[in-house]
Structure formats: structure tokens, C-alpha cells
Design a protein around this ligand. Structure first.
Ligand code: GLC
Length: 557
């Protein structure tokens, strides 16, 4: 396997609105990020994925771009962005920009032109269908609720939008659109960005008449052209956000020949608790299913593709509230357990801001506390059509809303968690008095220092990057146990996902006396052939010489 830098890297995702506000308007900004570069360097990460900061009416918090080549004044200026790229570089950190190429804002110059007339040169930049008012081209729905078609009376046409009405889909069939996009990307590359995250990129090759959105027929043709015309001309890391990816597609998206992207960011493990009412429920993810899905990706991609490892991002609730335990007795222990479980796998880990502090979901009380367009629209859709009553829907929103990940970063225990001197755009989680970066950095046994150590282990040991993965005890509903093997070395990773004490017997052929405990989330832990794991206990054992004798078959039977 080629040793590209990003295979050894750890990426930190920043949601700029909620990271650090430098000017007191209650919204995080680029200068706020610059203030915190020392913090990021101390954590040990290699790159920052920045959620969109380009000019935008903020209908979907920046995922609706009205000018790809300018910075939204909320976040700063182009000069601030250039300074961020430069200063981050001095801290050894690359900046990965979020490219939203499936759609623009309806306030983008292209769309304003496109709406003027059918003969306007920009008209065909978007997806239009003739029609009659009230008779939609078909029954396709938008991801944020409502029909995917919006009527423009002056043109007697509908335009297509997979997300909100303010996010018209671009027409990738039109070569002029593709050319403009490539030019824009090369312009950012010249500014020194280290890479790109490609928003909902598997939805660009749509065929609305056939009701195809994801994985359209020309998808890989478009992506290869995009990659050839842009990323391959420089040393960029690229990560494709692909909601519809399975492991077979992932081998195309992140083919080792570099013809598409560096890696894929997929959702199969995140969707495990979804269902008939999309994500709106309060089901827990089943550990046996989670292990099966994560292991499938580990095994099937090895040597053939490269995956992103993550528990959380700006579209997901906090993982600690979803899979861990937020009570004061177990919050830090379970946060560290989740971190071990993920960071010892193959792939590039992503740390979502605040995850390294053990941040949790927020106690939103009223609908007015939410800011996210998806959550608010979903509330209206499900409550107004009688599917859920108010209390049920509020419970689901509290558990699953994307706003859980978007509350301000908790820097210290001063007002507004040290995030802003103004009024924060969304509520600060009141638990900032206990959970904040200042406290975490001061305590050697904190979640922050645990992440720091896990990141260091990846840098120091190739086995963490390249080791061959094998799942043990697949049917155990509480323990997640796996091994990694590389050049005669072995790791045994043991995670107790429950609050029960659990007996754990070392796998046959692995001698606990030869195990070196790399990292564990309880003090005074040690290896024993027959041991009791405490609630949420997790450990990584290292064996300098491989115990397995391949000629005799696997030791685990
Ligand atoms: C992606 C983004 C999400 C956004 C959507 C539409 O899934 O991560 O935040 O709402 O695309 O751009």
C-alpha cells in the first residue's frame, strides 16, 4: 500500500460558526480559529476540515453557497482565510475546504441569471422541467422535506432541489458548469489549501425523470474528470461524502490509482438506527450490528480503498449520547472507550470539535431552541401530518438533531463557555462548567489527553495505520474485540460497550504475560489471561512478536 501522508493523518473537523467567536457577534469566525491553532497543534492533528465558510445566505449554515470565491463576512474575509491557511501551515496543519458542488444557493449569481429567462446562458446550469403550476414533474421529495420541485412562475418551469428550496441543484450534465467548477477549485489550490471534502458528491449525477439522485449513471465519469482536472494537479487530500456508498462503490471512490478521491466518508454505521421515519426515533444502535458493519468496511477495503473513521460530525448527534454513557460516573470513561475502539482501526480518523472534550447532546427544551433547517422542517412534517405528537418528536429531536453537534465549543467555565462575548447564535450546553477545554487540558487523565495519546500512537506505530484487522467474538452483545497484525506485531483491542462487569478470557494463543498495555481507560489496569472488565473499560495490548502461526491456521478458530 502506498504511504500517502493522509493515511497516517488525523483530521479535526471544525464547524466554524460554533468554534470560536473573535468579534463578539455570537458566531464563530476564521480569526477565532487562528486563535486556537496552538490548541489544535497540541492535540496533534494534521489537518482541519473546515465546514463551509464561503459567502452564503446561511439557509443551511453555509451549505448553500452564493460565491465560491469569497468568504462570508460572518466568518471574515479572503485575507483572513489566506492568513489561516498560512498560520495553520506554520503549526503543521493543512486546511481542508468543504466543497459544495451538488447545489448552490438560490442567491448565487448563476442562479439569479438562470431565473431570468430560458435563453440565459446560465439557465442550463440548473435542472429545470417545464410544467404547470401545481402539477409537479413527479413526486420526488427533498431531503429537508417538501417536494424536490419549486415553481418559478415567470418561466413556467420547475427547478430541482434535493435539499432546501434555497439550494437549487447544479446540472452536471452541462460541461460549462463543470469547467467553471474546476477553475474555481484550481484557484483555491493555488491559495495553498491542503485538500477538499466533497459534500454529497454521490448526488451530482442525478436523473430526476428516472427518480435517480444518488449513484447516478454518469457519477464516476464526472468524478474522474473532476479529479483529473483539479486534485491530481497538486498534492491534495480529498474525501468524498457519500451517503449511498457500499464497500464496492468505495473501491471506486478511493481507488489506489488516485483516479477519484483519497478516501470515502460513508454512513453505513451511522444509519444503523435509522428506519421508516428516517432518523427520527430514539433507538440505540445494536452493538452486534455495529461490529458487523464496521468490520465489513475494515476487511473489504484493505489494500483496495481507504475509509474515514468517525463517530460524529456536524450532521450527527454527539456519539457519547448515542453509544456511550453521559452520567458523571461514566462520561469520561465511555468517551475514552469509544475513542480507543475507533482510533485503533484502519482508516483516517476524524475528530469532531468537542469530541476530544467529551461533549454531549444538549438539553434543548423548545422547538425555538433549534436552529437547524432539517430539524425544524422535520418537526413540522411529522407533527403536522400526525405521525408523532409534539412530545415524541421533541424527544427524537433532542436525541438525533444535528444541532446537538452544533452547540458552541466549550473552551472554559466563563460565561458562554468562553466561546463568545456576545449572544451565541445557538444555546451553549449548560454543562460547560464541568466539560470544557481549560479543565481538560489541565488534567492529565482527561479525555483530551487520551485523544492526544491515541493520535500519537498512530504516528509512532505503523501497525495502527496498516495492520490487518480481524474481529473476534462477533456475537457478543457487549464486547467489541479485534486484533490488528502487521509485520510480526499484533494488537489486541478490547472494549466493553456496557455498564456491566464482564469476564474476558484472552484469546487462545495470546499470552497475557507477553502483552504490553499501550493504553487503557482505567488506572491500574493490567493484562491477565482471565480478567474482569469494568464498565466501559477499554484497553489496547501490544505483542512485539506475532503469536499466530499461519501454517496451522488461525488461533481463534
Ligand atoms: C451534507 C452536509 C450537510 C448539508 C447537506 C446539504 O450532507 O454535511 O450539513 O446539509 O450536505 O449540503
Amino acid at each position: 500500500m502506498a504511504a500517502e501522508w493522509w493515511k497516517k493523518a488525523v483530521v479535526y473537523q471544525i464547524y466554524p460558526r460554533s468554534f470560536k467567536d473573535s468579534d463578539g457577534d455570537g458566531i464563530g469566525d476564521l480569526n477565532g480559529i487562528i486563535e486556537k491553532l496552538d490548541y489544535l497543534e497540541e492535540l496533534g492533528i494534521d489537518a482541519v476540515w473546515l465546514s463551509p465558510v464561503c459567502k452564503s445566505p446561511q439557509d443551511d449554515n453555509g451549505y448553500d453557497i452564493s460565491d465560491y470565491q469569497d468568504i462570508d463576512p460572518l466568518f471574515g474575509s479572503l485575507l483572513d482565510m489566506e492568513r489561516l491557511i498560512k498560520e495553520a501551515g506554520e503549526h503543521g496543519i493543512k486546511i481542508i475546504m468543504d466543497l459544495v458542488l451538488n447545489h448552490t444557493s438560490d442567491e448565487h449569481r448563476w442562479f439569479l441569471e438562470a431565473k431570468k429567462s430560458k435563453d440565459n446562458p446560465y439557465h442550463d446550469y440548473y435542472v429545470w422541467r417545464d410544467g404547470e403550476e401545481g402539477v409537479l414533474p413527479n413526486d420526488m421529495r427533498a431531503c429537508f422535506g417538501g417536494p424536490a420541485w419549486e415553481w418559478v412562475p415567470e418561466l413556467s418551469q420547475y427547478y430541482f432541489h434535493q435539499f432546501s428550496v434555497k439550494q437549487p441543484d447544479l446540472n452536471w450534465e452541462n460541461e460549462a458548469v463543470r469547467r467553471e467548477i474546476y477553475e474555481m477549485i484550481r484557484w483555491w489550490m493555488d491559495k495553498g489549501v491542503g485538500g477538499f471534502r466533497l459534500d454529497v458528491i454521490d448526488q451530482i449525477a442525478k436523473e430526476p425523470d428516472l427518480k435517480i439522485t444518488g449513484n447516478g449513471p454518469r457519477l464516476h465519469e464526472f468524478i474522474r474528470e473532476l479529479s483529473r482536472e483539479t486534485f491530481q494537479k497538486g498534492d491534495c487530500v480529498t474525501v468524498g461524502e457519500c451517503w449511498g456508498a457500499d464497500t464496492e462503490r468505495a473501491k471506486l471512490y478511493s481507488a489506489p490509482d488516485g483516479s477519484e478521491f483519497s478516501m470515502v466518508f460513508q454512513f453505513e454505521h451511522m444509519d444503523l438506527d435509522g428506519g421508516e421515519t428516517f432518523k427520527w426515533n430514539d433507538r440505540r444502535i445494536d452493538l452486534v450490528e455495529l461490529k458487523a458493519v464496521l468490520s465489513k468496511w475494515q476487511v473489504e477495503l484493505e489494500g483496495k480503498a481507504w475509509n474515514s473513521l468517525y463517530w460524529c460530525n456536524h450532521d450527527q448527534p454527539r456519539m457519547l449520547s448515542r453509544l456511550g454513557n453521559t452520567s458523571s460516573s461514566y462520561r469520561e470513561t465511555s468517551a475514552k472507550m469509544l475513542a480507543i475502539c475507533l482510533h485503533m482501526m484502519q482508516g483516517t480518523p476524524y475528530v469532531y470539535q468537542g469530541e476530544e472534550l467529551g461533549m454531549t447532546n444538549a438539553p434543548f427544551e423548545k422547538l425555538e431552541d433549534f436552529r437547524d433547517i432539517e430539524s425544524i422542517n422535520a418537526y413540522h412534517q411529522y407533527v403536522e401530518n400526525g405521525r408523532f405528537d409534539h412530545d415524541t418528536m421533541m424527544r427524537y429531536l433532542r436525541y438525533k438533531s444535528r444541532d446537538n453537534a452544533r452547540t458552541p465549543m466549550q473552551w472554559d467555565d466563563t460565561e458562554n463557555a468562553g466561546f463568545t462575548k456576545g449572544i451565541p447564535w445557538i444555546m451553549v450546553n449548560p454543562n460547560y462548567r464541568e466539560i470544557n477545554a481549560a479543565d481538560q487540558m489541565a488534567r492529565p487523565d482527561s479525555v483530551f489527553h487520551f485523544y492526544q495519546k491515541l493520535i500519537r500512537l498512530r504516528k509512532e506505530h505503523e501497525i495502527v495505520v496498516y495492520g490487518h484487522y480481524e474481529l473476534l467474538m462477533p456475537d457478543d452483545p457487549e464486547l467489541y474485540v479485534y486484533t490488528r497484525e502487521w509485520n510480526g506485531e499484533m494488537l489486541l483491542v478490547v472494549c466493553n460497550f456496557s455498564d456491566n462487569e464482564r469476564r474476558f478470557v484472552f484469546p487462545e494463543g495470546l499470552d497475557a504475560k507477553k502483552a504490553e498495555l499501550w493504553i487503557g481507560n482505567y488506572p491500574e489496569a493490567q493484562a491477565a489471561d482471565d480478567m474482569v472488565l469494568r464498565a466501559y473499560e477499554a484497553m489496547v495490548f501490544y505483542f512485539g512478536t506475532q503469536m499466530r502461526n499461519r501454517a496451522e491456521g488461525t488461533i481463534y478458530g
